[in-house]
Design a protein around this ligand. Structure first.
Ligand code: TYM
Length: 317
């Protein structure tokens, strides 16, 4: 087995990824490949909490796979798989469900938000953090690169590991969230957290027209020299010194500053979008990556799951 530490993370196939997903998490997946033993997956079981159409699920799942490859994940260095190819995570989720109390899970932010908005909450949404704990703990992740909004979920995975270890004996490593401070919460075009549910995103594989439209829609308040929301997004793309010089030279010229941001976004996005289009031409080759990754992940995870079954008393022969 490799002596490298284990890195694991995933993205939910619920629609197009955005610049917030990229800077908050996905970019780290690429930058850290080779430095860790990497497991990156498509969280299709998590997406089932909201996606209830076969076509949409299939399309989105292949979509995340294409996204991973287009941003530069290399299957030679990273095990790329889809969660449902490793059904042991669902099995372990049940075991965790029997160890975890309702009041504990009721403190989860995602559940509390849904409840505050009077949303109809399915049991999957309530149990979501335990499925995530199973994802993280089964392959023995040391680090989990994510955005700030997933921090509590990684803490729940730690708590769950501790509880299991206490009850059944030392089994799981305790994972740590890896959150880069500068991009912990990437703001959207209205200054709130960039999120599909707020409709304030810049899609990661946006066309030129979509980039222009999104940037032109960035909310600016006319009082200051520096349009705060434009600057915040721009700071993802340039270092501070360069950016401050650019904004000082174009003080108060909101349109010009937006055009400069459009240019920088195009420089980032165009090559990735083109790579994604090329990969789309040969979907079957890309799907092979997923199939092969599933086998590798499954083998590792089944070993751990056997240990769990034994400890819990489910394995008699
Ligand atoms: P998902 O698919 O919602 O988001 C993928 C990643 O993008 C990050 N992110 C952001 N980061 C900074 N600023 C933003 N505005 C922003 N929006 C999204 C998220 O924090 C995330 O890292 N539950 C997870 C998927 C998952 C998972 C896992 C992740 C399932 N199992 C195990 C890690 C480990 C989710 O829904 O991410």
């Amino acid at each position: 087995m490799s002596s490298k530490k284990v890195l694991l993370s995933g993205v939910k196939p619920t629609g197009r990824p955005h610049v917030g997903n990229y800077f908050g998490a996905m970019k780290q997946f690429v930058e850290l490949q080779g430095k860790f033993e990497n497991y990156i997956f498509v969280a299709d079981l998590h997406a089932l909490t909201t996606v209830q159409s076969r076509e949409e699920m299939e399309e989105n799942t292949v979509g995340v796979l294409l996204d991973y490859m287009a941003i530069g994940l290399d299957p030679k260095d990273v095990t790329i798989y889809k969660q449902s190819d490793v059904p042991q995570v669902a099995e372990l989720t049940w075991i965790f469900s029997c160890l975890t109390t309702m009041p504990y899970l009721m403190r989860a932010h995602a559940f509390k938000d849904a409840e505050a908005k009077n949303k109809e909450i399915n049991v999957g949404v309530f149990n979501y953090p335990l499925l995530m704990a199973a994802d993280i703990l089964l392959p023995g992740a040391d680090v989990v690169p994510v955005g700030q909004d997933q921090k509590q979920h990684v803490e729940i995975a730690r708590d769950t590991a501790e509880k299991f270890n206490r009850v059944f004996g030392e089994t799981f490593k305790l994972p740590e969230a890896m959150i880069l401070e500068s991009v912990a919460t990437v703001p959207g075009t209205d200054g709130r957290k960039m999120s599909k549910s707020y409709g304030n995103t810049i899609p990661l594989f946006a066309t030129d027209e979509e980039i222009e439209k999104a940037v032109m829609s960035i909310v600016t308040d006319s009082g200051s020299d520096i349009p705060e929301n434009v600057y915040a997004i721009h700071s993802l793309l340039r270092d501070k010194e360069e950016l401050d010089a650019m904004y000082a030279a174009n003080k108060g010229q909101y349109k010009k500053l937006k055009e400069l941001l459009i240019e920088d976004l195009k420089t980032l996005i165009t090559p990735m979008r083109e790579r994604r289009q090329a990969l789309e031409e040969d979907k079957s080759a890309v799907l092979e990556v997923l199939k092969a990754g599933g086998k590798v992940a499954q083998k590792r995870i089944e070993e751990k799951m056997e240990e769990v079954r034994e400890k819990v008393g489910l394995k008699l022969y």
